[in-house]
Design a protein around this ligand. Structure first.
Ligand code: SF4
Ligand code: SF4
Length: 297
């Protein structure tokens, strides 16, 4: 089962929920940080890193400039304006390239060859073996290179590593998706079984939850909502929205100053009292029920 935790905006507590689910999940699991622009799941799970690799993207480079006849086919096919033909010669803006290979396919004169652009790193490991509750917890995460501006290719590298880990050992997967309703989030939410949307009971929270529902909801993937910081604003605003859209609210995490302070210090949510432990356990049960619904459909 692959469950993704997403949100229409940053700062809703998505990573806190993902970490709590990952720590308490009662089966082998892999926690995946696909928020590659600002990965921080590792801060809450403290994995021992066992491997790391550089991730790169194939990009075009000019290798035989004298062969160019200025036809413009490479520029015409590029949806990202990453290659222009200026005074009859190709000029490549490597940072804009998404690595689709289109220009290399249409250039019939051998002008272009393949180069590499560094995207960042992918690392993987397992939770501290001293922590018995987390002994079946592995982790993989991506970290984007400073000044890199395109997330999806690195997210695809994270997914490739995840697939390799799943071939070695069967496990459930808990994805901490990038915040927002953008290409990185859509890339992270491919081929999932359950979608959890974390929101907060404020007008901004409702607005961005609605964006996320419109962007991500599909007939194939059951979705549910977690209200974080319940009691901060108008909880009924979110509940009514979910009722109208047929979205189950599967957990509410109360807003309390002491909880916020302990979360900010990196303390596990589920360790902050029996009530929260029960709420996270119930959330895990709801996720499993949604996954079964997904399989049955
Ligand atoms: S590989 Fe694709 S995105 Fe990159 S420059 Fe060529 S056509 Fe544009
Ligand atoms: S497709 Fe090839 S030959 Fe045509 S302009 Fe681009 S680089 Fe030059």
């Amino acid at each position: 089962m692959i469950v993704a935790i997403a949100s229409g905006k940053g700062g809703t507590g998505k990573t806190t929920i993902a970490a709590a689910l990952a720590r308490t999940w009662d089966a082998p699991r892999i926690a995946v940080d696909m928020d590659v622009e600002a990965p921080n799941l590792h801060l809450l799970l403290s994995p021992t890193i066992e491997g790391e690799e550089e991730a790169t993207l194939d990009v075009p480079v000019v290798v035989e400039p004298e062969n160019c006849d200025g036809c413009g086919a490479c520029s015409d096919i590029c949806a990202f304006k990453a290659i222009l033909v200026l005074r009859g010669k190709p000029a490549i803006f490597t940072e804009l390239c998404h690595g689709c290979d289109g220009c290399l396919q249409v250039c019939l004169r051998g002008v272009l060859g393949r180069g590499k652009r560094d995207l960042g790193t992918v690392s993987w490991g397992r939770a501290n073996a001293a922590d018995r509750a987390s002994s079946d917890l592995r982790m993989v995460s991506g970290r984007m290179r400073i000044c890199e501006n395109t997330c999806p290719p690195l997210i695809r590298h994270v997914r490739t590593r995840l697939d390799a880990m799943l071939r070695e050992r069967q496990a459930d997967v808990i994805i901490d998706a990038p915040p927002g309703t953008n290409c990185p989030a859509l890339t992270a939410l491919r081929d999932i079984d359950v979608l959890l949307l974390v929101t907060e009971p404020t007008p901004f929270g409702l607005h961005d939850l609605d964006l996320a529902v419109r962007a991500f909801q599909s007939d194939r993937v059951p979705a549910a909502v977690v209200i974080n910081r319940a009691g901060l604003g108008d909880d009924e605003l979110i509940r009514a929205y979910c009722r109208r859209g047929g979205l189950p609210v599967v957990a509410e995490i109360p807003y309390r100053r002491d909880l916020a302070e302990r979360c900010a210090r990196g303390e596990p949510l589920e360790a902050m009292g029996a009530d929260l432990r029960e709420r996270i356990a119930a959330l895990a049960g709801s996720v499993r029920a949604l996954a079964h619904r997904s399989v049955a459909a």
